[in-house]
Ligand binder design. Structure first.
Ligand SMILES: Cc1cc2nc3c(=O)[nH]c(=O)nc-3n(C[C@H](O)[C@H](O)[C@H](O)COP(=O)(O)O)c2cc1C
Length: 205
């Protein structure tokens, strides 16, 4: 397991009672020109399970009707900023983002880059859906993200298969560069990945 991942998981375990640490800011690029940054808070849903306990792919979820879904489809390069306040640690993680979604005909869409993980992505999507709170599940049955509330909803907005709205999507973040700042120790470390091997370098704050 990469050192940064062990460190991050250790902090999440140690400070798990502080619910605010389970969120990070995920940035994308706009899918229309001029290209502009977009950023929003999302919930960390854990590291991808099932492929290997060492897997450093991060999991979050979204609605296929949201802007970020279109943006990731257009430009999979993303960066997330995650401040673990009780530890005074900031992780900035550059990653490629991949969407696991379902068509209205039920076909699961899994990007080629995720095939290598020999995962059952349908089961992962179901498991992640089941773990959502009822309030969050309800949001998928309402208006499309960002649409004016006065607008009439059309039935086609909420197609569901086996009780899961087709718009429910996994966002899998495959990291390749991590910039860790530990303010308490006044330390900054860059971790970078090449051909599956992570190396690290201490740098000035
Ligand atoms: C604490 C918090 C957690 C959130 N978690 C998620 C999440 O996991 N996935 C998600 O799609 N949106 C989440 N949101 C909503 C997003 O921040 C954002 O408002 C919404 O997804 C629309 O973003 P977009 O227009 O950039 O797609 C969260 C918002 C807050 C305040």
């Amino acid at each position: 397991m990469a050192t940064w991942q062990r460190h991050l998981q250790g902090l999440l375990q140690k400070h798990g009672r502080d619910r605010t640490i389970g969120y990070y800011a995920l940035s994308t690029l706009s899918d229309t020109k001029p290209l502009q940054p977009r950023v929003r808070t999302v919930v960390h849903r854990g590291f991808v399970q099932g492929s290997s306990p060492e897997c450093d792919w991060l999991l979050t979820t979204t609605d296929g009707r949201s802007a970020k879904f279109q943006e990731i489809n257009a430009f999979p390069s993303v960066e997330l900023a995650w401040y673990i306040a009780p530890a005074q640690a900031q992780f900035r993680i550059r990653a490629s983002a991949y969407l696991v979604s379902q068509s209205v005909h039920g076909k699961l869409s899994v990007p080629d880059a995720l095939h290598g993980a020999s995962m059952d992505w349908g089961a992962e999507r179901r498991r992640t859906w089941q773990a959502l709170s009822d309030a969050l599940k309800d949001a998928f049955f309402g208006h499309a993200s960002g649409k004016p509330l006065e607008k009439e909803m059309t039935a086609s907005e909420v197609v569901q298969i086996d009780g899961i709205p087709v718009s429910f999507a996994l966002v899998v973040l495959v990291p390749h560069y991590v910039d860790l700042v530990e303010l308490a120790q006044m330390q900054r470390t860059i971790f970078s990945e090449e051909n599956g091997v992570w190396s690290s370098q201490g740098v000035a704050l």
